[in-house]
Design a protein around this ligand. Sequence first.
Ligand code: SF4
Ligand code: MG
Length: 321
Amino acid sequence: NEVLLEAEGLKKYFPVTKGLLISKVTGWIKAVDGVSFQVRAGETLGIVGESGCGKSTTAKMLLMLEEPTEGTIRYQGQEIRNASSEQRRAYRSSVQAVFQDPWSSLNPRMRVRDLIAEPMVINLNLSRREMQDRVTKLLGDVGLSNYHANLYPHEFSGGQRQRLAIARALSVEPRVIVLDEPVSALDVSIRAQIMNLLKDLQEEYNVSYLLIAHHLATVRYMCDWVAVMYLGQIVEFGPTKELFQNASHPYTKALMNAALPSHPDIEQEEMILTGEVPSPLNPPEGCRFHPRCPFVMERCSRDIPEVTELAPGHVVSCHLY
Ligand code: SF4
Ligand code: MG
Protein backbone atom coordinates (compact mmCIF):
# COMPACT_ATOMS: atom_id res chain seq x y z
CA ASN A 1 0.00 0.00 0.00
CA GLU A 2 0.91 3.62 -0.50
CA VAL A 3 3.22 5.13 2.15
CA LEU A 4 1.36 7.82 4.08
CA LEU A 5 3.63 8.70 6.94
CA GLU A 6 7.35 8.19 7.04
CA ALA A 7 10.07 8.74 9.62
CA GLU A 8 13.70 8.76 8.59
CA GLY A 9 16.65 8.89 10.98
CA LEU A 10 14.49 10.43 13.68
CA LYS A 11 16.34 11.54 16.82
CA LYS A 12 15.30 13.25 20.01
CA TYR A 13 17.97 14.26 22.50
CA PHE A 14 17.08 16.01 25.74
CA PRO A 15 19.77 18.08 27.43
CA VAL A 16 20.81 17.25 30.97
CA THR A 17 21.66 20.44 32.79
CA LYS A 18 23.44 21.30 35.98
CA GLY A 19 23.11 24.49 37.99
CA LEU A 20 20.07 26.61 38.68
CA LEU A 21 20.96 30.16 37.69
CA ILE A 22 23.55 29.51 35.04
CA SER A 23 22.69 26.07 33.77
CA LYS A 24 25.26 24.11 31.88
CA VAL A 25 24.51 21.17 29.60
CA THR A 26 26.34 18.19 31.03
CA GLY A 27 24.99 15.45 28.79
CA TRP A 28 22.24 14.30 26.49
CA ILE A 29 19.47 11.81 27.03
CA LYS A 30 19.21 10.06 23.70
CA ALA A 31 15.53 9.15 23.99
CA VAL A 32 15.18 8.39 20.29
CA ASP A 33 18.35 7.77 18.35
CA GLY A 34 17.93 7.22 14.63
CA VAL A 35 14.57 5.62 14.02
CA SER A 36 13.09 5.02 10.55
CA PHE A 37 9.77 3.46 9.54
CA GLN A 38 6.80 3.82 7.23
CA VAL A 39 3.07 3.79 7.90
CA ARG A 40 1.10 2.59 4.87
CA ALA A 41 -2.47 3.36 3.91
CA GLY A 42 -5.01 1.22 5.72
CA GLU A 43 -2.34 -0.71 7.65
CA THR A 44 -1.17 -0.85 11.25
CA LEU A 45 2.42 -0.48 12.33
CA GLY A 46 3.21 -1.42 15.92
CA ILE A 47 6.12 -0.10 17.94
CA VAL A 48 6.76 -2.28 20.95
CA GLY A 49 9.27 -2.08 23.77
CA GLU A 50 9.68 -1.58 27.51
CA SER A 51 8.86 1.77 29.05
CA GLY A 52 11.65 4.26 28.46
CA CYS A 53 12.61 2.82 25.06
CA GLY A 54 11.56 6.01 23.30
CA LYS A 55 8.33 4.83 21.72
CA SER A 56 6.15 7.56 23.24
CA THR A 57 8.69 10.24 22.33
CA THR A 58 8.59 8.92 18.77
CA ALA A 59 4.80 9.23 18.82
CA LYS A 60 5.04 12.79 20.14
CA MET A 61 7.36 13.84 17.34
CA LEU A 62 4.92 12.47 14.76
CA LEU A 63 2.14 14.41 16.48
CA MET A 64 4.25 17.60 16.42
CA LEU A 65 4.23 17.69 20.21
CA GLU A 66 8.02 17.37 20.23
CA GLU A 67 10.43 18.83 17.73
CA PRO A 68 12.90 16.23 16.39
CA THR A 69 16.56 16.93 17.18
CA GLU A 70 17.41 15.41 13.83
CA GLY A 71 15.73 13.43 11.09
CA THR A 72 12.78 13.78 8.81
CA ILE A 73 9.04 13.21 9.02
CA ARG A 74 7.22 13.04 5.71
CA TYR A 75 3.48 12.94 5.15
CA GLN A 76 2.42 11.93 1.63
CA GLY A 77 5.95 12.72 0.51
CA GLN A 78 5.95 16.21 2.00
CA GLU A 79 8.50 17.04 4.68
CA ILE A 80 6.68 18.41 7.71
CA ARG A 81 9.50 20.65 8.86
CA ASN A 82 9.38 22.61 5.60
CA ALA A 83 5.61 22.63 5.27
CA SER A 84 3.62 25.84 5.13
CA SER A 85 1.44 26.69 8.11
CA GLU A 86 -1.59 25.67 6.05
CA GLN A 87 -0.01 22.28 5.32
CA ARG A 88 0.93 21.85 8.96
CA ARG A 89 -2.63 22.58 9.99
CA ALA A 90 -3.88 19.99 7.48
CA TYR A 91 -1.30 17.54 8.84
CA ARG A 92 -2.46 18.02 12.42
CA SER A 93 -5.97 17.22 11.28
CA SER A 94 -4.95 14.19 9.18
CA VAL A 95 -2.85 12.63 11.95
CA GLN A 96 -4.93 12.24 15.11
CA ALA A 97 -4.10 10.60 18.43
CA VAL A 98 -5.62 8.42 21.11
CA PHE A 99 -3.69 8.22 24.37
CA GLN A 100 -3.91 5.93 27.37
CA ASP A 101 -6.54 8.04 29.10
CA PRO A 102 -7.02 11.16 26.99
CA TRP A 103 -10.19 12.17 28.82
CA SER A 104 -8.33 12.83 32.01
CA SER A 105 -6.91 15.95 30.35
CA LEU A 106 -10.14 17.20 28.76
CA ASN A 107 -12.44 19.78 30.27
CA PRO A 108 -14.64 17.86 32.74
CA ARG A 109 -17.38 20.51 32.48
CA MET A 110 -17.92 19.98 28.77
CA ARG A 111 -20.55 17.57 27.55
CA VAL A 112 -19.47 14.64 25.39
CA ARG A 113 -21.28 16.16 22.40
CA ASP A 114 -19.05 19.24 22.52
CA LEU A 115 -15.89 17.32 23.31
CA ILE A 116 -16.37 15.12 20.25
CA ALA A 117 -17.28 18.11 18.10
CA GLU A 118 -14.32 20.20 19.24
CA PRO A 119 -11.79 18.96 16.62
CA MET A 120 -14.43 19.50 13.92
CA VAL A 121 -14.95 23.10 15.02
CA ILE A 122 -11.21 23.68 14.74
CA ASN A 123 -10.55 21.76 11.53
CA LEU A 124 -13.70 21.52 9.45
CA ASN A 125 -16.15 24.01 8.12
CA LEU A 126 -19.44 22.36 9.03
CA SER A 127 -22.82 23.71 10.01
CA ARG A 128 -24.12 23.07 13.51
CA ARG A 129 -26.59 20.57 12.11
CA GLU A 130 -23.93 18.69 10.15
CA MET A 131 -21.76 18.50 13.25
CA GLN A 132 -24.61 17.15 15.35
CA ASP A 133 -25.36 14.52 12.75
CA ARG A 134 -21.76 13.53 12.67
CA VAL A 135 -21.52 13.23 16.46
CA THR A 136 -24.56 10.94 16.36
CA LYS A 137 -23.00 8.81 13.63
CA LEU A 138 -19.65 8.64 15.45
CA LEU A 139 -21.24 7.63 18.74
CA GLY A 140 -23.05 4.82 16.95
CA ASP A 141 -19.88 3.73 15.19
CA VAL A 142 -17.99 3.37 18.47
CA GLY A 143 -20.83 1.42 20.08
CA LEU A 144 -22.44 4.23 22.08
CA SER A 145 -25.63 6.17 21.40
CA ASN A 146 -26.98 9.67 21.19
CA TYR A 147 -28.06 9.36 24.81
CA HIS A 148 -24.38 9.54 25.77
CA ALA A 149 -23.92 12.87 24.00
CA ASN A 150 -25.40 14.82 26.90
CA LEU A 151 -23.30 13.22 29.62
CA TYR A 152 -20.01 14.36 31.07
CA PRO A 153 -16.74 12.39 30.81
CA HIS A 154 -16.73 11.32 34.47
CA GLU A 155 -19.98 9.46 33.88
CA PHE A 156 -18.18 6.93 31.69
CA SER A 157 -16.13 3.84 32.41
CA GLY A 158 -12.54 3.58 31.17
CA GLY A 159 -13.55 1.50 28.18
CA GLN A 160 -16.35 3.90 27.26
CA ARG A 161 -14.00 6.86 27.58
CA GLN A 162 -11.66 5.18 25.15
CA ARG A 163 -14.61 4.74 22.74
CA LEU A 164 -15.26 8.47 23.07
CA ALA A 165 -11.60 9.27 22.43
CA ILE A 166 -11.73 7.18 19.28
CA ALA A 167 -14.89 8.98 18.14
CA ARG A 168 -13.22 12.32 18.77
CA ALA A 169 -10.13 11.30 16.80
CA LEU A 170 -12.25 10.03 13.89
CA SER A 171 -14.43 13.13 13.79
CA VAL A 172 -12.10 14.96 11.39
CA GLU A 173 -11.65 11.94 9.08
CA PRO A 174 -7.93 11.45 9.69
CA ARG A 175 -5.77 9.23 7.49
CA VAL A 176 -3.59 8.13 10.42
CA ILE A 177 -4.29 7.69 14.13
CA VAL A 178 -1.42 7.37 16.57
CA LEU A 179 -2.58 5.02 19.31
CA ASP A 180 -0.29 5.43 22.32
CA GLU A 181 -1.00 2.52 24.68
CA PRO A 182 -4.74 2.67 23.92
CA VAL A 183 -5.70 -0.39 25.96
CA SER A 184 -2.97 -0.56 28.61
CA ALA A 185 -5.01 1.18 31.28
CA LEU A 186 -8.12 -0.93 30.67
CA ASP A 187 -9.30 -4.09 32.37
CA VAL A 188 -8.16 -7.17 30.52
CA SER A 189 -11.79 -8.05 29.83
CA ILE A 190 -12.32 -4.73 28.02
CA ARG A 191 -9.12 -4.74 25.98
CA ALA A 192 -10.30 -7.16 23.31
CA GLN A 193 -13.48 -5.15 22.80
CA ILE A 194 -11.55 -1.96 22.16
CA MET A 195 -9.04 -3.70 19.91
CA ASN A 196 -11.85 -5.26 17.87
CA LEU A 197 -13.56 -1.90 17.65
CA LEU A 198 -10.35 -0.32 16.35
CA LYS A 199 -10.03 -3.06 13.74
CA ASP A 200 -13.63 -2.62 12.56
CA LEU A 201 -13.22 1.15 12.35
CA GLN A 202 -10.00 0.76 10.38
CA GLU A 203 -12.00 -1.05 7.69
CA GLU A 204 -14.85 1.40 7.73
CA TYR A 205 -12.82 4.59 7.80
CA ASN A 206 -9.80 3.29 5.85
CA VAL A 207 -7.50 4.77 8.47
CA SER A 208 -3.92 3.73 9.27
CA TYR A 209 -2.70 3.16 12.80
CA LEU A 210 0.62 3.64 14.45
CA LEU A 211 0.22 1.59 17.60
CA ILE A 212 2.54 2.14 20.54
CA ALA A 213 2.42 -0.71 23.06
CA HIS A 214 4.44 -2.61 25.60
CA HIS A 215 2.33 -5.77 25.34
CA LEU A 216 3.35 -8.11 22.57
CA ALA A 217 -0.11 -9.63 22.55
CA THR A 218 -1.57 -6.25 21.58
CA VAL A 219 0.75 -5.69 18.62
CA ARG A 220 0.44 -9.29 17.52
CA TYR A 221 -3.33 -8.98 17.38
CA MET A 222 -3.51 -5.52 15.87
CA CYS A 223 -0.56 -4.97 13.56
CA ASP A 224 0.53 -5.72 10.01
CA TRP A 225 4.10 -4.66 10.80
CA VAL A 226 6.01 -4.62 14.07
CA ALA A 227 9.06 -2.61 15.10
CA VAL A 228 10.81 -3.67 18.32
CA MET A 229 12.47 -0.74 20.04
CA TYR A 230 15.26 -0.82 22.60
CA LEU A 231 16.95 2.24 24.11
CA GLY A 232 15.93 4.63 21.38
CA GLN A 233 16.56 2.33 18.41
CA ILE A 234 14.65 -0.23 16.36
CA VAL A 235 16.44 -3.57 16.81
CA GLU A 236 14.09 -5.75 14.79
CA PHE A 237 11.38 -5.05 12.26
CA GLY A 238 9.14 -7.18 10.10
CA PRO A 239 5.71 -8.36 9.02
CA THR A 240 3.88 -9.44 12.17
CA LYS A 241 3.49 -13.13 11.39
CA GLU A 242 7.07 -13.54 10.22
CA LEU A 243 8.42 -11.61 13.19
CA PHE A 244 6.53 -13.66 15.74
CA GLN A 245 7.40 -16.96 14.06
CA ASN A 246 11.06 -16.16 13.53
CA ALA A 247 11.90 -13.67 16.26
CA SER A 248 15.64 -13.28 15.95
CA HIS A 249 16.99 -10.44 18.06
CA PRO A 250 17.81 -11.65 21.58
CA TYR A 251 15.80 -8.73 22.96
CA THR A 252 12.72 -9.67 20.94
CA LYS A 253 13.06 -13.24 22.15
CA ALA A 254 13.36 -12.06 25.72
CA LEU A 255 10.25 -9.91 25.36
CA MET A 256 8.38 -12.89 23.98
CA ASN A 257 9.49 -15.02 26.84
CA ALA A 258 8.29 -12.45 29.32
CA ALA A 259 4.92 -12.34 27.53
CA LEU A 260 4.53 -16.01 26.69
CA PRO A 261 6.28 -17.99 29.42
CA SER A 262 5.78 -21.36 27.76
CA HIS A 263 6.62 -20.35 24.21
CA PRO A 264 7.72 -23.71 22.76
CA ASP A 265 10.12 -22.38 20.13
CA ILE A 266 12.49 -20.62 22.46
CA GLU A 267 15.05 -22.44 24.51
CA GLN A 268 14.82 -21.86 28.21
CA GLU A 269 18.24 -20.29 28.70
CA GLU A 270 17.62 -17.76 25.95
CA MET A 271 14.57 -16.50 27.65
CA ILE A 272 15.58 -14.66 30.72
CA LEU A 273 15.65 -10.89 30.50
CA THR A 274 17.82 -9.76 33.37
CA GLY A 275 18.81 -6.39 34.66
CA GLU A 276 17.30 -2.96 34.33
CA VAL A 277 17.05 -1.03 31.09
CA PRO A 278 20.24 1.07 31.08
CA SER A 279 19.79 4.83 31.09
CA PRO A 280 19.46 6.52 27.70
CA LEU A 281 21.93 9.00 29.17
CA ASN A 282 25.25 7.55 28.01
CA PRO A 283 23.78 4.38 26.48
CA PRO A 284 26.10 1.36 26.21
CA GLU A 285 28.65 1.36 23.38
CA GLY A 286 28.38 -1.05 20.47
CA CYS A 287 25.11 -2.96 20.70
CA ARG A 288 23.01 -1.21 23.31
CA PHE A 289 21.58 -4.53 24.47
CA HIS A 290 24.96 -6.06 25.25
CA PRO A 291 24.88 -5.62 29.07
CA ARG A 292 21.70 -7.72 29.20
CA CYS A 293 22.24 -10.10 26.30
CA PRO A 294 22.73 -13.82 27.00
CA PHE A 295 24.61 -14.18 23.67
CA VAL A 296 26.99 -11.29 24.14
CA MET A 297 30.28 -11.66 22.26
CA GLU A 298 33.44 -9.62 22.47
CA ARG A 299 32.64 -7.40 19.50
CA CYS A 300 29.16 -6.59 20.83
CA SER A 301 30.45 -4.03 23.31
CA ARG A 302 32.59 -2.42 20.61
CA ASP A 303 30.89 -2.55 17.19
CA ILE A 304 27.44 -1.22 16.35
CA PRO A 305 25.56 -4.07 14.63
CA GLU A 306 24.47 -3.51 11.06
CA VAL A 307 21.00 -4.15 9.72
CA THR A 308 20.60 -7.63 8.20
CA GLU A 309 17.61 -8.79 6.18
CA LEU A 310 16.59 -12.29 7.25
CA ALA A 311 13.47 -12.64 5.10
CA PRO A 312 11.61 -10.21 2.86
CA GLY A 313 10.91 -7.15 5.01
CA HIS A 314 12.27 -8.81 8.17
CA VAL A 315 15.38 -7.04 9.42
CA VAL A 316 17.46 -7.33 12.56
CA SER A 317 20.42 -5.44 14.07
CA CYS A 318 22.57 -8.03 15.82
CA HIS A 319 26.05 -9.49 15.34
CA LEU A 320 24.64 -13.03 15.43
CA TYR A 321 23.33 -12.56 11.89
FE1 SF4 B 1 23.39 -9.68 21.85
FE2 SF4 B 1 25.58 -9.03 20.50
FE3 SF4 B 1 23.28 -9.36 19.21
FE4 SF4 B 1 23.65 -7.25 20.79
S1 SF4 B 1 24.75 -7.74 18.90
S2 SF4 B 1 21.85 -8.54 20.71
S3 SF4 B 1 24.87 -8.15 22.42
S4 SF4 B 1 24.44 -10.92 20.31
MG1 MG C 1 4.56 5.39 26.94
